[in-house]
Design a protein around this ligand. Sequence first.
Ligand code: NAD
Length: 337
Amino acid sequence: MTREATLIACDGIGPEITAATLDVLGALGLKFDWDEQYGGMTAVEKAGTPLPNATLDSIRRTRLALKGPLTTPVGGGYRSVNVALRQEFDLYANVRPTKTIVPGGRYPHVDLVIIRENTEGMYVGLDHVFRVADDPKAVAQAMSVMTRDGCMRICRYAFEYAKKNGRKKVTIVHKANILKATSALFLESGRRVAKEYEGVIASDDKIVDNTAMQLVINPEQFDVIVTTNLFGDILSDEASGLVGGLGLAPGANIGATASIFEAVHGSAPDIAGKGIANPSAQMLAAGMLLDHIGEQGAATRLRQAIETAIVKDNIRTKDLGGSASTSDFARAVARRV
Ligand code: NAD
């Protein structure tokens, strides 16, 4: 059966890693009817807006998208398209697995999943500057908004994810010692959900700064981490660094009506167009998409092929210490699937 899905290659290295991923999906023998749309700077150039209505309409119809990284102007310019997509489709759960693939690294047995609340907290967009006298930016203020429903929903998602995926423990990560309203609401919700899963999924909680340190000292102690938007954004990049960097970190944005799969990394403008980007993260994101649509067998073959290409065939891009190009690596994975 052919599955319709939206494809947004986006900016920077996006088109390179997306082409490599499509080659590998082709080798798996899966049939997708890709509706290609634009997003980010590419869309600004083509359609005059970073998030065209045609892109939104396509996701509304297909409810499934594979997306590349977007370039977002820093400290001004248009609002993040990623944040807009997450809010438009209520993609409340951001699932970011981190697993050791490359042998010989510092941590041989990392296998954890960070589940980040994706629509609330510090990223709701209430971020303002205020003029005082002659200085238009004399004061800057950001507001974090958390709801009980939002906290309960993401914590329930995390415990349910743990149960479905044979995981043993969920760690609730917070800063309730300082943020006594917002983060405390999250912790209270997490503990309440943990009670519902008592005897099925173990649970503990940790303050975010301690978690950041523990991730470096002993990441193998973690199984599933559930946390708020900003903390999850930072901790998931940190976690990817433990196992070889952003080139190996995939992510899923899950909502009730649509889901978008993408690499954790950005558009990597420093290496864009050079043909040296590691497409593994985007391929692993495609693997999460396959799991999501019930193609677990194909997803497992894809993950094994990526691992074999890196570990046994020793075909590695520059970020993993090799000299393979993006397309060399795609060919190696395609051979193995
Ligand atoms: P980045 O992730 O693009 O790059 C960080 C570093 O990692 C760079 O040195 C880059 O070369 C390297 N890197 C990233 N992906 C790689 C890959 N697949 N293979 C090899 N090396 C890789 O982060 P940044 O430089 O902070 O951000 C660049 C742009 O991306 C910004 O506009 C930012 O807003 C955007 N961004 C988008 C997303 C997204 O769309 N999901 C996520 C993060 C950042």
